[in-house]
Design a protein around this ligand. Sequence first.
Ligand SMILES: [Zn+2]
Length: 402
Amino acid sequence: MPQHGTPLVLPLRVPQRPPHLPQCHDPASCKGPSLASDSAFSICPEFWFSDGNIILIAGGCGFRVHRGQLERHSEVFGNMFSFPCPDGVQEDRVMLYDAPADVYYFLKALYDGVAIDRHFPSDFAFLAAILRLSHKYFATTHRRQCLSLLSRDYPLTLAEWDRREHSVTDPSGRYLPRDHIASPILVINLARELALDTLLPAAFYDLSRYGPSKTAAGTAAPPALFLDAYITAGSEPPAPAVPIVVQNGARITLADDDLILLLAGREHGQTWLAHFLDRAVGSRTPAAACANARDGSRSCRDSFFFLLLNTRRAVGGIAVGRDADPLFTLRQMGEMLHRTDFSDGARAYGLPMCCFCKADFMLAIARAREEVWRAIPGWFGLTSEGNGNAGEGGANPGTAGV
Ligand SMILES: [Zn+2]
């Protein structure tokens, strides 16, 4: 029986620089499983079943699990076990060229399921590992589950994006995405690593809303995984485990190319909004049926001017942590039409805009938000038309938005 030894601290694998095409930077990690020759390893006690019949060895850590469980969930393992073992190779051992932490999380998902609800920041390493290995070993059910979870927070539709934004805004209006949603830096890097392109537009847009210096500084690495590991057979006498610890204060950043794409996309968004404000608000013509037409629609024109000044003053939501967020800014403009708490120091009031101009403008905002959503992949160089182009919708608002 294994004895308690020095705990082995295993690092979470920090994503290497993502390529723009799916490729592997670490040839060893891309290798498939192979039958292992005799070698020393430590035991992961959580996955060291007394009735296990196959030992997976990854990075010097051993997991004794059940062959049938692997075969049931993974096409790659199923195929591997269907062939006879070559002479001279221990048939109960398989060498994996993956990070031990990834294998641990993958096994946890195979045995316990993908139990993640609304705690992405702390569970991101778990989810990333499952995605990484379910992709590599063709565990399609787990891969689909993880992708579904990520797509919930980094969706493909504007309606889903709005739902996400609403879900991380508390009743007092505080916007707290990082309490529930993993950093877009982690998501972009993972998406690049595994070619999960559908996640990229929302993740780039999400990240672009923050200040460039904050973005360039990166995000904290997920916490290190601590596995209680026991020294086991295979080495005589047992060698002491050497802790491997994630460097304190480690941060994960975007690749240089992605940072440039991100900043360029942010500039496209800001330019788009500036044009929209000039064209669709500052120079807006009152509705054809304007109820204030008798006096030249003065109060409606004044209201649009008020909207213009207030939106520019708010700098696209910088006061609430969403700098450079055209979707938020547009929504906020729509909400201003219905507010009655503006103050001139003596009284509270609402905008004196007629209902026809309001309806007209609300429709313009809805169309503009759809236009922004369609333009996002192009702003961030994620379309096939080429990097850095403004893409559909361009940097300037199209006619649909006004
Ligand atoms: Zn009017």
